[in-house]
Design a protein around this ligand. Structure first.
Ligand SMILES: Cc1cc2nc3c(=O)[nH]c(=O)nc-3n(C[C@H](O)[C@H](O)[C@H](O)COP(=O)(O)O)c2cc1C
Length: 328
């Protein structure tokens, strides 16, 4: 059974991202860097409670590829957390993460996501209800605070007391949304105050960023830095591993087997096509290709003729259409 306490350090996690971290993206990342812990995008506990078809489809995963598999949920009704947690456990997930960080107006106005930072009692109650319902570990992803960062430690201590077994902290307040640079100092301070693993998140774009930022933390979580560059996850795993401890001979063998980052656009092409194939396999051709368009735009960023390629790629309906554009 997966455990946050014993999972190998340093932890490298793919940040949950709505509309991005679907099964195809998670599987692509796992092929590049099998050590990465993957999360679903945030899913509504209300929708899971009522068995809403669209949300239930987003719970599909490949158990042979996507382990450990963490399902991220949001909501505010403890009863719905309890029933959703049972469904998620039965589907074979390795952990449940509760979103207490989303700053989107629609989410916050319903008292979901980062609004829970202002309601620590309910936040702890949701953790407690989830922990009570399942045997798999429950974790929380949150931000530094609402407006003030002094609440971070007491808020997180309350979550840990309620049973949270790991914390992932995005180094911004609700008020920052996505602006300014992420501040990791309060996250290092939090780590000194709690007994559970703490994962830092915010603005990691490269392996060098991960090495510079990990500090005393158990791991790092990376989101936007993977856009158009999923290979960065392999680089981060390798860099943190080398930074943290000397390699044994066995380890060296594993390192040599790990996938290296393509250096030219031509070398990226097989991966881009594989991503398309995963998208079509998991969502069908129509939806899979539609949802691939944002990734395709990221993959060609900075390439000669990117503008013309993007204009054609946003119309791609089949993998062959993509091939015709990128295999020049
Ligand atoms: C498109 C997008 C969707 C996101 N969706 C979620 C989500 O579903 N759950 C969540 O906890 N955070 C979500 N986030 C926030 C990220 O998980 C992460 O905390 C944030 O992007 C900062 O990390 P980064 O600088 O590595 O991207 C999202 C971010 C982006 C850009």
């Amino acid at each position: 059974m997966f455990s946050w306490q014993t999972t190998p350090r340093p932890i490298v996690a793919l940040a949950p991202m709505a509309g991005v971290t679907d099964a195809s993206y998670r599987q692509l990342i796992k092929r590049i860097a099998p050590e990465v812990i993957v999360y679903t995008e945030f899913l509504s506990t209300d929708a899971i409670h009522y068995g809403a078809k669209k949300t239930m489809e987003l719970l599909n995963f490949d158990p042979t590829l996507e382990r450990p598999f963490i399902v991220q949920v949001f909501g505010k009704d403890p009863e719905h957390f309890l029933s959703a947690a049972k469904v998620i456990e039965q589907l074979g997930a390795d952990g449940i993460d509760i979103n207490m960080g989303c700053p989107a107006a629609k989410v916050v106005s319903s008292c979901h996501g980062s609004a829970l930072i202002r309601n620590p009692k309910l936040a702890a109650e949701l953790v407690h209800a989830t922990v009570k319902a399942v045997k798999i570990p429950v974790s929380v992803k949150t931000r530094l605070g609402w407006e003030c960062i002094d609440t971070l430690i007491p808020f997180c201590k309350g979550l840990v007391e309620a049973g949270a077994q790991a914390l992932a902290i995005h180094g911004r307040r609700y008020h920052d949304k996505f602006s300014g640079a992420a501040n990791w100092d309060p996250i290092y301070e939090l780590k000194r105050e709690v007994s559970v693993p703490v994962i830092g998140n915010g603005d990691i774009m490269s392996a060098a960023d991960a090495v510079a930022k990990i500090g005393n933390l158990d791991g790092v979580m990376v989101g936007r830095g993977t856009f158009g560059n999923p290979w960065v996850m392999g680089e981060i795993v390798e860099a943190l591993r080398n930074d943290h401890r000397p390699m044994t001979n066995d380890q060296r063998e594993i390192d040599q087997r790990s996938i290296s980052t393509p250096t030219t656009f031509e070398e990226k092409i097989p991966w881009i096509l594989e991503h398309c194939e995963l998208a079509v396999r998991t969502k069908g051709e129509k939806r899979g290709m539609l949802e691939m368009r944002r990734h395709l735009a990221s993959y060609v960023k900075g390439v000669d003729g990117a503008k013309e390629m993007r204009a054609k790629l946003v119309l791609a309906e089949r993998i062959d259409d993509v091939k015709a554009v990128i295999c020049r």
